[in-house]
Design a protein around this ligand. Structure first.
Ligand code: GTP
Length: 602
């Protein structure tokens, strides 16, 4: 293929601004799909993705488009994940393209999540084509949005394409803009093969499928290839593209995006960002930008029913087949029995895995408090040398006397919000030990930058932010390294027994407030028993907060005054069901929901 007829681009958009709808239209207009196939959104292909309205795995389709200049172009449309947890994947997808469509909702305007990806795209020297979508809405203000794009992002938006992806307006104009404004890729057929591994996923029929962007050289079926970072060698057995259905091709040349399979069993071997070259006459230099992704948020996953442990092991193993970015190892807890300590790229990633386990594999799980990774410097003891410890489970917290320092990860967060919610948002950040770095206004909106400890954000920061801003604030973050902090381990004792799943590492300044909050919430979450139950928060041997659950009257139905029998039945059933989902701690039954709910900071 002539390089000058190739265009590689991605679509950047805030959630719900219409990325998938627009992508589907582009596919439809260029003839990739029949009407029936069109009735399902194709680019987002996992159920959970669809329901949560987010794109998790990047996918790519190839479109053939004959432009007004009479030339038929090969357009490769790259779908990128839309969430901060997957920022590295996004960066690799962008590295495979020369331009991007920036889709902005004509009624909503620019939002923080969009910004992060736009800036990344600008860093990759992309040509950015603004597309103002949903112009059919009565509240659409395309002119205002144009000014906003110019003010906030600093790119020319006068030539923005106006579309209604829903009603099919402006689609042809988008395709023309792609052809005219986004530059063709460059590359040299004669050079040794250098292909960027953009993404990989497990397909039950094909094994591991690898999405690649060829930079230089050519890739063909039968090639013996080598992963320059991973170090393994493989025989290419398929080369092709997706339209979006799979189509096999004789080769992928420079500038082209497509997929290969090479009899690879595990996605772990095909690391995003790796460089693929040929074994014979291969490249000597890998492409820049490769990073080993590390999980940042850890938590324990335990089956509610201990008999489900094997099922959990199997299910986690299956999920891992398709997602090398989460990690797991077996863990045992005094009260929760056997389970797994799992690491994730972020909270959303955690929620997705947790949800898939319960939905696709029908597992009831207890999730312990999410924790970040702390770096501890330990002094020598009689049995141990001095050393550095990376702690991602409060249960492994060492003897306090040995700890010389604890460092925690910090992030830089950018929050973007309508003015009227700014007050409560600043308070939220302040309560979470935030340090304000910047505050600017654009139109009726504020953009505020804070540095925050990641551990204050991992739990329910995002939910709180959304609720105090009625959903209007958006949030984006990047990690900025470790900082020392006065951090301590707080234990929660129920009926005088420490509940390991509830222990957490907190900053000393907020420990008391956090401990009091947890005790209060647990008091409401744990049902009464036949005896009095003390609930305490403690640091070391020192109790910093305490609540007591009063003893129970015996008959739960007593308060129904004999009246409605169905109501009584319901109550008893509810109690029975509740039982099944409880865990015993020091003779006390703690409901499954309590483990997470107790940690909400209110
Ligand atoms: P994520 O996949 O979550 O990133 O969202 P998205 O940006 O792909 O948004 P999606 O295409 O799923 O569209 C979000 C909602 O907006 C859907 O309910 C669409 O039907 C609707 N929508 C998309 N384009 C238009 C449009 O041009 N006009 C109107 N009125 N609604 C639209």
């Amino acid at each position: 293929t002539d390089l000058s007829t190739i265009r590689n681009f991605s679509i950047i958009a805030h959630i719900d601004h219409g990325k998938s709808t627009l992508a589907d239209r582009l596919i439809q207009v260029t003839g990739g799909l029949t009407d029936r196939e069109m009735s399902e959104q194709v680019l987002d292909n996992m159920d959970i993705e669809r329901e949560r309205g987010i794109t998790i795995k990047a996918q790519t389709v190839r479109l053939n488009y004959t432009a007004q200049d009479g030339i038929t172009y090969q357009l490769n449309l790259m779908d990128t994940p839309g969430h901060v947890d997957f920022a590295y994947e996004v960066s690799r997808s962008l590295a495979a393209c020369e331009g991007a469509l920036l889709v902005v909702d004509a009624a909503q305007g620019v939002e923080a999540q969009t910004l992060a990806n736009v800036y990344q795209s600008i860093e990759h020297d992309h040509e950015i084509v603004p597309v103002i979508n949903k112009i059919d809405l009565p509240a659409a203000e395309p002119e205002k949005v144009k000014t906003e794009i110019e003010d906030i992002i600093g790119i020319d938006a006068q030539d923005a394409v106006l579309t209604s992806a829903k009603s099919g307006i402006g689609i042809e104009e988008v395709l023309e803009a792609v052809v005219r404004r986004i530059p063709a890729p460059t590359g040299d057929r004669a050079k040794p093969l250098q292909a960027l591994l953009v993404d990989s996923w497990y397909d039950p029929y094909l094994g591991v499928v690898i999405l690649v962007r060829v930079m230089d050289g050519v890739m063909k079926k039968g090639d013996q290839i080598r992963f320059m970072q991973g170090g393994t060698q493989h025989l290419v057995d398929r080369v092709g593209c997706m339209r979006p259905k799979i189509e096999q091709l004789p080769e992928l040349g420079p500038g082209e995006i497509g997929f290969i399979t090479a009899q690879i069993k595990e996605v772990e071997q095909a690391k995003v960002g790796d460089t693929i070259t040929t074994v014979k006459g291969g490249a000597t230099q890998a492409l820049p930008g490769y990073k080993e992704v590390q999980p940042v948020v850890f938590c324990g996953l335990f089956p509610v029913d201990a008999a489900d442990f094997e099922k959990l092991r199997e299910s986690i193993g299956k999920l891992r087949l398709n997602d090398a970015s989460f990690s797991f190892e077996m863990e045992s807890s005094a009260a929760l029995g056997f389970g797994f300590r799992c690491g994730f790229l972020g909270l959303l990633h955690l929620e997705i895995i947790q949800e898939r386990l319960s939905r696709e594999y029908d597992l009831d799980l207890i999730t312990t408090a999410p924790s970040v990774v702390y770096r501890l410097q330990l002094s020598a003891s009689r049995t141990d040398d001095a050393r550095e410890l990376y702690l991602h489970n409060p249960a492994d917290y060492p003897d306090v006397n040995r700890i010389e320092s604890i460092e925690e990860p910090w992030i830089k967060a950018v929050i973007y919000t309508p003015d009227e919610y700014l007050g409560p948002i600043l308070k939220l950040c302040q309560d979470r030990r935030g340090v304000q770095r910047d505050l600017t206004y654009v139109g009726g909106r504020a953009q505020v930058t804070y540095e925050l400890p990641l551990n204050e954000v991992v739990f329910d920061f995002y939910d709180r932010l959304k609720s105090i801003s009625r959903g209007y604030a958006s949030f984006d973050y990047e990690q900025i390294g470790l900082r020392e902090g006065d951090l301590v381990k707080m234990n929660i004792l129920v009926n005088n027994e420490p509940v390991d799943a509830l222990s957490l590492i907190v900053h000393r300044n907020v420990a008391e407030a956090r401990g009091r909050g947890m005790c209060e919430r647990l008091k409401d979450l744990i049902p009464r028993h036949l005896f009095k139950i003390p609930i305490q928060a403690a640091i070391g041997g020192k109790v910093i907060a305490r609540e007591t659950i009063a003893a129970l009257r015996k008959d739960v139905t007593a308060k129904c005054y004999g009246g409605d029998i169905t109501r009584k039945k319901k109550l008893l059933e509810k109690q029975k069901k509740g039982k099944a989902r409880m865990r015993e701690y020091g003779n006390v039954s703690i409901p499954q929901e309590a483990f997470i709910a107790a940690l909400r900071m209110g």
